[in-house]
Design a binder for this molecule. Structure first.
Ligand code: ATR
Length: 264
């Protein structure tokens, strides 16, 4: 029987992770079966226990369970500890890791060809998504990393935990140029864009939305301003490749998978 893995979340039916891992498995000759598990909001630990009992070897964890997964793992990586969130569980040694940050950095640098070293990057939002990538962004050699949030105190709390991060409110943005602007808010899910000042997004900006599978008002606004606008599909594929490596010890090529998902 194939080794079993899954993505666990709520909702999770929209996830492209099963398709991504199926392609990784084919390309690397790894015999795995990767499914999708929707756990009840109060039933994460039970769902994990059931999956393990049914022969599961590990799983990806998505919203809203990354914090639960962090609490469940007996041992976590340093990057997961910093993020206070786990998106990858390996059951045999109850190990938890977080591959979101490295996934974003690899997508930007390797797939988008953006050299982050010496650049100014702005993250919009200070929730779980921002917390998951702040550590990896800090490690990428940026000249400046600003986190802006509607509720300033949340950005300030994040900056305290990640020395080097500068916290701001949206009203303080506008004068400064950012090479890359990453939308880590959940505003797009409600059909909204964070309140950005005129001129923040322009021909010299890469506007990146961590969400995939939908065109957000943030991306539409970026395109209208002449910015390069990209969704989070590449991040999904890159974080998946790192998870696959943690489970299988084999690093799959990501380019062909991303090209196929983008239909090019
Ligand atoms: P997640 O885990 O997806 O990051 P979260 O922890 O609830 O979810 O955080 C959501 C983020 O999106 C927060 O930064 C939130 O801003 P506040 O902290 O001020 O609430 C941000 N957000 C959600 N809707 C927004 C909107 N319409 N405009 C700007 N920011 C928004």
């Amino acid at each position: 029987m194939s080794d079993r893995y899954a993505v666990i979340g709520n909702p999770v039916a929209h996830s492209k992770s099963p398709a991504v891992h199926a392609q990784f498995a084919r390309a690397t000759g790894q015999d795995i079966d990767y499914g999708c598990i929707e756990a009840p909001l109060d039933g994460f630990a039970d769902a994990i226990a059931r999956f393990r009992a049914a022969g599961g070897k590990g799983c990806n964890v998505t919203l809203p369970f990354k914090r639960d997964a962090f609490n469940l793992a007996q041992r976590v990586s340093e990057r997961a500890r910093l993020a206070q969130a786990v998106n990858t569980l390996r059951f045999e040694d109850s190990f938890g890791d977080n591959t979101d940050g490295i996934g974003l950095v690899r997508d930007l640098t390797e797939n988008m060809g953006v050299a982050l070293h010496g650049r100014a990057l702005l993250v919009l939002g200070a929730g779980g998504a921002a917390q998951g990538v702040a550590g990896a962004l800090l490690g990428a050699g940026l000249r400046r990393l600003v986190i802006a949030n509607r509720t300033l105190s949340r950005a300030q709390a994040l900056a305290k935990r990640f020395p080097g991060v500068i916290a701001q409110g949206y009203d303080a943005l506008g004068a400064e140029h950012f090479d890359v602007v990453v939308n880590a808010t959940s505003a797009g899910l409600a059909g909204e864009s964070p309140p950005l000042p005129e001129g923040l997004l322009n021909e010299n900006t890469l506007a990146y939305d961590m969400v995939y599978g939908r065109d957000t008002p943030f991306l539409a606004r970026a395109r209208a301003a002449g910015a390069r606008a990209v969704d989070g599909l590449g991040m999904l594929v890159e974080q998946a490749a790192e998870s696959f490596f943690i489970w299988r010890g084999v690093r799959p090529a990501t380019r062909p998978v991303l090209a196929k998902l983008r239909g090019s």
